[in-house]
Design a binder for this molecule. Structure first.
Ligand code: TYD
Ligand code: MG
Length: 438
């Protein structure tokens, strides 16, 4: 409140000749406080708060929708990814689908409209409701939004928006933050869905835009797996839905396409089982993906410490598992070179793969395959015990659906009438025995 009675402290938004509380005349002075901006909302009693309204917007691409979970009007989505991974391609594809339902404005600060059009042609996109603008000045982008009133806005990318003349060079933290804040406010005010692109560096950190994450409703990341054209769209934060969902997409000549049967995508599937390989059901969001862990154990050179290399698995975790195997299985792997990889360039981020990793390593040591049609699941503890994993029963149910006949898994409750032969084990040694590797 800017005005205050010198006598009794009564506050008023405007100057008054006489205080309504103590009756003093000419007692109001400037309190030094700032008046709140006009507008805003009073506090609501909880039961009277209206629910979020409006139709949830879906893209019609089930894989993408499972990650985004349907977008409410005003939702702001930050899409991160390394340069070249396919962010612009994905957003142009989504923009074209969303343009079938309303106006979409696609602003590129990196490419001329003719370049974007070239990509659109390649993708077979020709929506009349999709508007392209090549612009870097925030105020001109805002002007275009006000003129066009699009239902969906795409800004590609935040690093190419010039938000304020005094904010330093384009792409600076100040520019990026100001651009995100301004566009997010505008999206909320207009009920417009906004996709904001942000480049991330090789380390996986959002460069700068990590600092705008609090301004957006959802943060999704497009990741490429090392080899090939596979892309994972992963939700990092979502105010309106689940954060753990993952979409599996494939980059092809006509852009990103959904992968049929992604659960089986990461295993080779054909031919007899190979020594040193184990199929593991890992959890990505609520989805079970089968991945193949491969190990190669070879005698070390004798010079210097033995080689330890992993791709798609945590190196420290692997060292711990090698020590546990040495101690509890009595296999001598300490002086051997150990190479581990997850087929297809997939990144395994959970301990549920431990038992499978041990099986792959021992399989290579013994030069013996594990029985065909078998999956391996379980976390391995330091005492050589096999521990249950998150959503274990659900994973096994999924494994059964995918045509596998047998699982070696931790002890615990199982789904009723599971069409899968489950051998439950409590120790690493029992696990290896069940896999005929002991
Ligand atoms: P792009 O969307 O430009 O990546 P980002 O915006 O994340 O930097 O995509 C870059 C790569 O995708 C480029 O190397 C070419 C490839 N690509 C395809 O393989 N198929 C396609 O249909 C398109 C449009 C791009
Ligand atoms: Mg791009």
């Amino acid at each position: 409140m800017p005005y205050r009675c010198r006598g009794c402290g009564y506050q008023s938004p405007k100057w008054l000749g006489r205080c309504p509380r103590c009756g003093a005349w000419d007692s109001f002075e400037d309190s030094g406080a700032q008046a709140p901006a006009p507008g805003g909302e009073p506090p609501h009693p909880l039961p009277e708060v209206p629910p979020l309204s409006g139709e949830r917007l879906t893209t019609g691409l089930p894989e993408v929708d499972r990650v985004l979970g349907g977008l409410l009007p005003g939702a702001v989505v930050l899409l991160g990814g390394e340069p070249g991974v396919g962010k612009s391609t994905l957003l142009l594809q989504l923009a074209s689908r969303l343009a079938q339902r309303g106006k979409v404005l696609y602003v590129s600060g990196e490419e001329a409209v003719a370049q974007v059009k070239l990509r659109a042609d390649r993708l077979g996109i020709a929506e009349p409701n999709l508007y392209l603008q090549s612009e870097q000045e925030l105020l001109r982008i805002v002007q275009a939004i006000e003129d066009l009133e699009p239902a969906v806005l795409v800004v590609d990318s935040l690093q190419t928006v010039l938000a304020r003349p005094d904010g330093g060079e384009i792409g600076s933290l100040v520019q990026v933050r100001e651009a995100a804040a301004h566009l997010a406010r505008l999206a909320k005010g207009l009920g417009m869905v906004a996709f904001l692109v942000s480049h991330i560096t090789k380390g996986g950190e959002f460069a700068g835009p990590k600092t705008v994450e609090h301004l957006v409703d959802a943060t999704v990341q497009l990741e490429g797996v090392r080899e090939g054209d596979l892309r994972l769209l992963r939700c990092v934060k979502n105010r309106f839905g689940s954060t753990s969902e993952v979409a599996v997409l494939q980059m092809g000549p006509t852009g990103l396409a959904e992968v049929p049967n992604p659960s089986l995508f990461f295993i080779s599937g054909d031919g007899p089982p190979k020594p040193g390989a184990a199929v593991v059901p890992v959890l990505e969001g609520s989805r079970t993906l089968l991945v193949e862990v491969q190990a190669l154990v070879a005698p070390g050179s004798g010079y210097g410490p033995p080689q330890r290399r992993t791709a798609g698995l945590d190196l420290n975790r692997t060292s711990v598992l090698l020590a546990v195997m040495e101690k509890h299985l009595g296999v001598h792997v300490r002086a051997m070179d150990v190479y581990l990889a997850v087929a297809g360039g997939f990144e395994v981020r959970e301990p549920g793969a431990d038992l499978g990793v041990c099986a792959a390593i021992l399989g290579s040591v013994r030069n013996r395959p594990i029985p065909a049609g078998t999956v391996v699941l379980g976390e391995v503890g330091l005492a050589g015990e096999v521990r249950p994993v998150r959503r274990g029963p659900e994973r096994l149910a999924e494994v059964a659906k995918l045509g596998f006949s047998r699982a070696v898994a931790p002890k615990g409750p199982l789904p009723k009438r599971l069409p899968l032969d489950v051998i439950q084990v409590q120790t690493l040694a029992q696990g290896m025995e069940a896999l005929e590797l002991a």
